[in-house]
Write a protein that binds this ligand. Structure first.
Ligand SMILES: *Cc1c(COP(=O)(O)O)cnc(C)c1O
Length: 492
């Protein structure tokens, strides 16, 4: 291990400093006036390090990370695509950066116009009437959308509708959001190809159903061809259709959820519309609704007056608020810049290119990896591990071996429909050369699994830390240096 790879506390030496403050910076009288309960009894235990130590430590640390800017990141169901740097530049525009949320509408017309226009662009792309950009993330958008659904039924006095139908292949946030919204989750079975079993759906559709949550293409990357029939059945039963549009890549410019019959949806700006994600935020999960539901969308709202000016308003029809002010504004600026830089002509290519790239990898690897669902996929697909099951090499082993070759692993063991799931989504932003290199490495790993399986079973060998004990890490997390010391004491 390199010296600067040590923990920052291990670099600490008593008395070493990384700062110098002017003397008498603080007013002693003001310090004395602090209530006793708020004063520190003893100095904080902070690492004592020089500025150079800090710079080297964190610069080295940052280079250990893997991101979409360092290599191919084929993470299914999570759209890790290239985030153009121009979007970051736009989001850092000082005219927007220094705004305060409590400024009166007249002084922030540009910011409100951007919000309004982005909302309109998303409406056009989704085939829906109106969007709120206030929710902070995909799951937050789901909760918001479900609260719209609930409010819709309650306003009509239809209080029996408390159930939401969710396919068993759905993203985990779907049933979780339904529970948080106070709705009851009813599972509908998927057919072997991952699409909803319409025969299983029919008997579930009674007058207690608030709606159904689904996504199309489904979690296995296959287009739900019976969507119009499903929409007809759910609407006939008095329910609404919710679309999980976290990953809208495959549809962009080709198909609109509104045209398929969906009433409410969310989009992840941080997956589909170019905001870096994966580190926990910031995100943005705008929610769109069809005509007739827009008054229910949460406050505050941005409206355009007849004279062309914009205003921030709170309307009585809304079911409430879901965020402070207008949500994660910087993320909206990135999405706005992204949509404008692609333009109407090029945004049409996103879906077809994402689909082409996924099918290219799938077809080139299906001799070595088990493809449970044949046929043309959309932006992603699932392998059920290696085709040759006699080697003892699992999906986890393959994923770890990919790290040695400089690729991020695909999503593994999700969806739960197969034992050895490996979900691959290349996205539309990768070149053919990158895809070819990935295919070559995947073949190489399959070859190793047959000829020299220990190489794959022992992986990763080139990363800073080897195979991690994920169970212990989750059950007994050590999150502070003090906890680490206590554990080491315990072991001595
Ligand atoms: C990522 C994702 C979500 C959740 O989005 P967050 O922003 O992480 O809350 C929901 N549904 C699907 C299909 C997703 O891929």
């Amino acid at each position: 291990m390199k010296y600067y790879d040590k923990l920052i506390f291990e670099l600490s030496r008593p008395g070493r400093k990384g700062y110098s403050l002017p003397k008498n910076r603080f007013d002693r009288n003001a310090l004395a006036a602090l209530p006793a309960g708020l004063k520190r009894g003893e100095a904080a235990e902070l690492p004592e390090v020089s500025e150079l130590d800090v710079v080297r430590h964190y610069t080295n640390l940052s280079s250990k990370n893997f991101g979409v800017d360092t290599g191919f990141y084929p993470l299914g169901s999570c759209t890790m695509k290239y985030n153009p740097k121009i979007d970051e530049e736009v989001a850092a525009h000082p005219g927007f950066l220094t705004l305060h949320p409590l400024q009166y509408s007249g002084s922030v017309q540009g910011a409100l116009e951007l919000y309004y226009n982005l909302q309109k662009m998303l409406s056009e792309l989704a085939g829906l009437e109106e969007f709120t950009l206030n929710p902070y993330a995909g799951a937050h958008g789901e909760l918001t959308g479900l609260m719209v659904m609930k409010a819709y039924h309650q306003r009509r006095g239809d209080l029996k509708r408390t159930k939401v139908i969710v396919p068993n292949s759905a993203h985990g946030t779907n049933p979780a959001s339904a529970m948080v919204a106070g709705l009851q989750v009813v599972e509908v079975k998927s057919k072997p190809n991952g699409s909803i079993d319409v025969e299983d759906l029919k008997p579930l559709l009674d007058d207690t159903v608030a709606g159904i949550m689904m996504t199309n293409p489904n979690t296995l990357g296959m287009f739900e061809t019976e969507i119009l029939e499903i929409a007809r059945l759910v609407h006939e039963a008095g329910g609404l259709l919710y679309y999980d549009g976290a990953n809208l890549n495959p549809l962009l410019g080709k198909v609109r959820p509104g045209d398929m019959g969906f009433d409410i949806m969310h989009i992840n700006l941080h997956k589909t519309f170019a905001t870096p994600h994966g580190g926990g935020g910031p995100g943005s999960g705008p929610v769109g609704v069809r005509e007739g539901l827009e008054s229910l969308l949460p406050n505050p709202k941005v409206v355009k007056r007849e004279d062309g000016s914009f205003e921030l308003v709170c309307e009585e029809g809304a079911f409430g608020n879901v965020s402070s002010f207008l949500g994660n504004y910087a993320v909206m600026m990135k999405a706005y810049a992204y949509i404008l830089s692609l333009g109407k002509e090029n945004i049409r290519l996103v879906g077809p290119m994402a689909t082409l790239n996924a099918n290219y990898i799938k077809e080139n690897l299906k001799d070595d990896y088990l493809l449970p669902i044949q046929g043309v996929c959309k932006h992603e697909f699932v392998f059920d591990g290696l085709k040759d099951k006699s080697t003892g090499v699992t999906t986890l082993n393959v994923a770890k071996r990919l790290l040695d070759y400089g690729f991020h692993a695909p999503t593994i063991y999700f969806p739960l429909l197969f034992h050895e799931s490996m979900m691959i989504e290349p996205t539309e932003t990768e070149s053919k050369e990158t895809l070819d290199e990935f295919i070559e490495v995947m073949h190489k790993v399959a070859h190793e699994a047959r000829e020299t399986p220990e190489l794959v079973l022992d992986a990763p060998v080139t990363t800073l830390v080897r195979k991690l004990d994920e169970t212990t890490a989750a059950k007994n997390p050590i999150l502070t240096y003090r906890a680490l010391l206590a554990q080491q004491d315990g072991n001595d």
